[in-house]
Design a protein around this ligand. Sequence first.
Ligand code: ADP
Length: 356
Amino acid sequence: MIEISNLNKVYPNGYEALKDINLKIEEGAIVSLLGPSGCGKSTMLNIIAGLLDPSKGDIKFGGESIVNKHPKDRDVGMVFQNYALYPHMTVLENIIFPLTVGKNKMDKNKAKKVAEKYMDLTYISELADKKPKALSGGQQQRVAITRALVQNPKILLLDEPLSNLDARLRIKIREEIRNIVKTVGVTTIFVTHDQEEALSISDYIALMNKGLIQQFDIPQNLYLQPANLFVAKFIGTPIINTYNLIYKNKKFVTDSLEIDLNKLYKDNFKKDLIEGETYTFAIRPEHFILSDSSIKTLIKSIEMIGRYMIIHADIANVSSRIVVDSKLDLKVSDYINLDIDYKSIYIFDKNGERIY
Ligand code: ADP
């Protein structure tokens, strides 16, 4: 178990990059730190690795505080974006090297045996005699991960490890990474700004914004049960549609859209409504229904994705995205009528807190 409590980081220039981070990560889990650029992901990773000191708070591995330990004594394996392989060494030498230095160093023969065992596991045995520059990006990635794993770390930290790979390879390698770390059973923290990557690789995701965790949950819940408006907007493609409506006389209204309170499911409300307040309705593009119903709009453009297509149209004067079956015979300038799947929508109050 890794426990991070009240972690805070203020940089020397006074910038508070982490405000108050609390996180419990169970043994063997893969956790993604996800969030937009600048939200504090790397700061957090570097503090766990010991490359940065926190301003406040504590980190425990298996009940033992590690914040005052030297990075070398933390049993942390780290793989950076650029892999940082030694260019003059072969793959085998790269992987043996960390085993032959430091406090737990072993003799060359034993190190070779350990290295070969892990290289077998990560399917890179046949690359043993190659130099890094002769490898593809995906192969370098596997070598870097293997070099981190041979040291039998308590925790493996991966900093945007797929960002240098092309789109198809990213999908393949992220499956491989998941298989490898699950086989070894090492607790893994994976930093990414790519929601799809986080959703596919993780057991849990910590979605961060402005130095705070917005939601720590299983991938499915981040999509289906967003805790707040930030999460709803960050997770899901195409991006969720949002509309600001005022609550008056049991109706939510704007100039061009009116939603009757009795269309909504009473049991879904987590809070009482306040008369005259503005609420944000968030409707995923897949939660509009083509029907003969009340909302009529003109198709501005159509994006063909494959399994589905995205219709761009204005709803309540907001440029909106609507996902429909790609087999439908629709074209630009057609009018469509829409209804809303009221069971699946979310409503947020003016602070972005979810109330429905
Ligand atoms: P992320 O990895 O999520 O992109 P970082 O952890 O790198 O975010 O940075 C978080 C915030 O802290 C950013 O606003 C960044 O500009 C700021 N920051 C990072 N390093 C420093 C530093 N050495 N001094 C001051 N501010 C920093």
